[in-house]
Design a protein around this ligand. Sequence first.
Ligand SMILES: *[C@@H]1O[C@H](CO)[C@@H](O)[C@H](O)[C@H]1NC(C)=O
Ligand SMILES: *[C@@H]1O[C@H](CO)[C@@H](O)[C@H](O)[C@H]1NC(C)=O
Length: 335
Amino acid sequence: MGRAVSVAACALNQWALDFEGNAERILRSISIAKSKGARYRLGPELEICGYGCADHYYESDTLLHSFQVLAKLLESPATQDIICDVGMPLLHRNVRYNCRVIFLNKKILLIRPKISLANAGNYRELRWFTPWNKARHVEEYLLPRVIQEVTGQDTVPFGDAVLATKDTCLGTEICEELWAPNSPHIEMGLDGVEIFTNSSGSHHVLRKAHTRVDLVNSATAKNGGIYILSNQKGCDGDRLYYDGCAMISMNGETVAQGSQFSLDDVEVLVATLDLEDVRSYRAEISSRNLAASKVNPFPRIKVNFTLSCSDDLAVPFCVPIQWRHHSPEEEICKL
Ligand SMILES: *[C@@H]1O[C@H](CO)[C@@H](O)[C@H](O)[C@H]1NC(C)=O
Ligand SMILES: *[C@@H]1O[C@H](CO)[C@@H](O)[C@H](O)[C@H]1NC(C)=O
């Protein structure tokens, strides 16, 4: 009992500053995730306001409307009984951060600011955001009234922490952090995190899907674990095209592949996986366990919830699949 976890990764066609449309697509993805039995739903980076808001990130209005959408999501019956992980910009002590807001049953569990910002090529995140530089440190975030009225909370934890549910432990990476040489998933994995989540705003570049799939699979090859990647899809008002490719991977192998060039606004990938597979994979890697015994622990936020359901064995588990890549010619033709 308590070993089959069902998790959802989404690819959404969000638009910069389309708060109403973005909220509708987020809610739709949460409803689909729930209807497919998921207990945790991950959406793309900055999905509430859209990734490509550019200098609109400087406007207080963008932050205010993001909070209004968050209030709407918190209030919605669709978000009951599923851990929702949504992306939005936030101001903490007058500094703008690119954040994940993770909530359950009308309560915010954690706000996780992004640690490694993407600033190469087309990315200019450092222009608008500041990276969170306090590793394994959590502060109190004072909620605005529009959220306090819904959650009944004054402050919530803000910083670099992981979530401990009753059956597993879940840690967040945001986009660029995966590509960084010292990705958070390495130390989080050593510290007992079994599920890694990565919400991405990763645009299409010819053959980039190969690198993405390799990075995600290798993230759990040495250390074991479940890796969930969500992404923006379509255009969002800026000059880039995002190519979706949500994926879920376990112990170094892909178990669920989302589409790369589909025209659906909302795509939800759900996988049911056995936590015991992660534990037994790790048990056999003695070097990992030696390293794990020395790791400096992450702050844990306790969550009174399980990602598994009790009638476990009735659900079929996902098995590894081979990622089907498009040829370069197909990629160009489908774009
Ligand atoms: C998440 O995935 C993206 C690829 O889309 C990658 O650039 C990024 O580094 C990943 N982040 C983490 C924390 O693994
Ligand atoms: C945890 O949740 C269950 C059911 O939702 C509730 O009965 C129990 O009191 C909760 N435990 C704590 C410590 O809050």
